[in-house]
Design a protein around this ligand. Structure first.
Ligand code: NAD
Length: 490
């Protein structure tokens, strides 16, 4: 572990409104930009989690009893703080995750949009009231669950935590965030800014760590709900473990997004969209294009994709992948596909890097043609700036290929034919569909969430659907009419 002076202070936990660092065990935090150690992160223990849950439990009565319109005032101020600190937050994302500054700014901007939606929640959760018999009223109110947990992956250190923080807190819950141990720095700054916005101590807490702390979260009796975003393997583990202790859980997993491209698709728009989707954030987005299904003659589109992809320069407008291990995993998939007979028509391995950060984990955009569906690269999540191209004789065959993959985050179609597009909209087995759009992320108030092996649990994680996840219904019947006789059912 690093002992020299580091770029960022050792990352602590954040409990009850202040940094907290009892634990002894730490791990290096490495910037993928150049492979340097930039900080260390605490590997918390179950007793650190207990402390955070105690703080969140203590804060819950006052916070859940605060009128939602007052809670909204804090998030109006917090959204302003995100704007005021936009550059600093983007630099943190860039440094710990490696994505370009432009992509890092976009991440912070999306976090602001998530706060804007949360500030609109008073308009959406008014409840219901009806006089059901003379003088007898039934009413329904949405009540928070209590202490909830949010577990995040490495690929969006700022945005993914904001998928859950604003909505869960605005709805009256208190929270423990467990960031990815690979990118823990942004989360502490988020905690500091929430405090600066006026959030009472203990409402939001950060507990750092790895697998052990995730398991402790799943098992902790004080935690009522768990949201998770990460790989499918871990999403399944967390869903099963959290629900086995009777918690509510929504667990988002990995993806293998299929883009069906028809010969009549608009040439430049399609090529630039497909390339942007496969390579944005170095292909480390759960919404990234992983597999293109070419229907019939799409050679002209593939040629244009190569032209577009060559505009991406590692170190300039394409960031590195997260780690040496990730680089080796991705290049392993490419080599195996090549060996199995696929053709690498644009090879991003061992690229020259602008700025010369030779120790960063850079990989140029890679396009692999003539992939067949039995190859491992066609079936598994690669999570890098790589797209494989499989061929289908017609649209039915293309949709069958999409339907056969076990994931179901996103699917897209590129065509100028409304009828063909509608076929994909109706028949693709995915939660988020794009028509002539490569990254079909629903914007607020629409919710985010996949199908099949890309999500376990019933609600989506953002937007209106998340209201259901973060609240429970209280049904109250009142009778205040002394003159009332016995009424039917009351
Ligand atoms: P990951 O599953 O390795 O880690 C996610 C979280 O789980 C981290 O906080 C980590 O500490 C914890 N964890 C890791 N192994 C664990 C284990 N065995 N038991 C319990 N907890 C464990 O994911 P990652 O590598 O950080 O992120 C990339 C993955 O996340 C990709 O598969 C990507 O598709 C997925 N992702 C999905 C979405 C979505 O919306 N569906 C969004 C972003 C990322």
């Amino acid at each position: 572990m690093a002992t020299q002076t580091l770029k960022y202070n050792a990352t602590t936990n954040y409990i009850a409104g202040k940094p907290d660092s009892n634990g002894q065990q730490r791990m290096d935090v490495i910037s993928p930009l150049d492979g340097s150690v930039i900080s260390t992160v605490l590997l918390s223990t179950a007793s650190d989690l207990d402390k955070a849950v105690n703080a969140a439990e203590a804060a819950f009565p006052a916070w859940s009893g605060t009128p939602i319109k007052e809670r909204a005032q804090i998030f109006f101020r917090y959204r302003e703080l995100l704007l005021r600190n936009r550059k600093e937050l983007a630099v943190l994302v860039h440094t710990e995750n490696g994505k370009t500054m432009e992509e890092s700014y976009a991440e912070v901007d999306k976090s602001m949009e998530l706060c804007e939606f949360a500030c609109s929640l008073p308009q959406l959760v008014q409840g219901e009231l009806l006089e059901v018999s003379k003088g007898v009223e039934c009413r329904i109110e949405r009540k928070p669950l209590g202490v909830v947990a949010s577990i995040a992956p490495f690929n969006f250190p700022n945005m993914v935590p904001h998928w859950t923080i604003p909505n869960a807190l605005m709805l009256g819950n208190t929270m423990i965030l467990k960031p990815s141990e690979v990118v823990p720095i942004s989360a502490i700054r988020i905690a500091e800014l929430l405090k600066e916005a006026g959030l009472p101590d203990g409402v939001f807490n950060v507990v750092n760590g790895d697998r052990a702390i995730v398991e402790a979260i799943c098992d902790h009796p004080g935690i009522k709900a768990v949201s998770f975003v990460g790989s499918t393997k871990v999403a399944k583990i967390v869903y099963i473990r959290a629900t086995s202790t009777l918690k509510r859980a929504v667990c988002l997993g990995g993806a293998k997004n299929h883009l069906i491209v028809l010969p009549d698709a608009h040439l430049e728009m399609t090529a630039s969209n497909v390339v942007a989707s496969m390579s944005g954030c170095a292909g480390q987005r759960c919404m990234a294009a992983a597999q293109m299904v070419g229907v019939g003659g799409v050679e002209h589109i593939i040629d244009q994709m190569i032209i577009e992809a060559k505009k991406l320069v590692p170190g300039k407008n394409l960031g590195p992948v997260i780690s040496k291990t990730a680089y080796e995993r991705i290049t392993g998939y490419i080599a195996e596909a090549e060996k199995a007979g696929a053709k690498v028509i644009l090879d991003g391995r061992n690229p020259s890097v602008e700025g010369g950060a030779k120790d960063g984990y850079y990989l140029g955009p890679t396009i692999i043609d003539h992939v067949t569906t039995d190859m491992r690269i066609a079936q598994e999540e690669v999570f890098g700036p790589v797209i494989s191209i499989v061929r289908a004789k017609d649209l039915d065959a293309a949709i069958a290929i999409e339907n056969a993959n076990p994931y179901g985050n996103a699917a897209a179609v590129f065509t100028q034919s409304g009828g063909q597009a509608r076929q994909v909209m109706e028949r693709a087995s995915a939660g988020m569909i794009g028509v002539n759009i490569g990254v079909p992320v629903p914007r607020e108030p629409f919710s985010f969430g996949g199908w099949n092996d890309s999500k376990f649990g019933t609600c989506d994680i953002t937007g209106k659907s998340s209201i259901e996840f973060w609240t429970q219904l209280k049904k109250t019947t009142t009778k205040w009419n002394p003159e009332g006789k016995t009424n039917w059912m009351s």
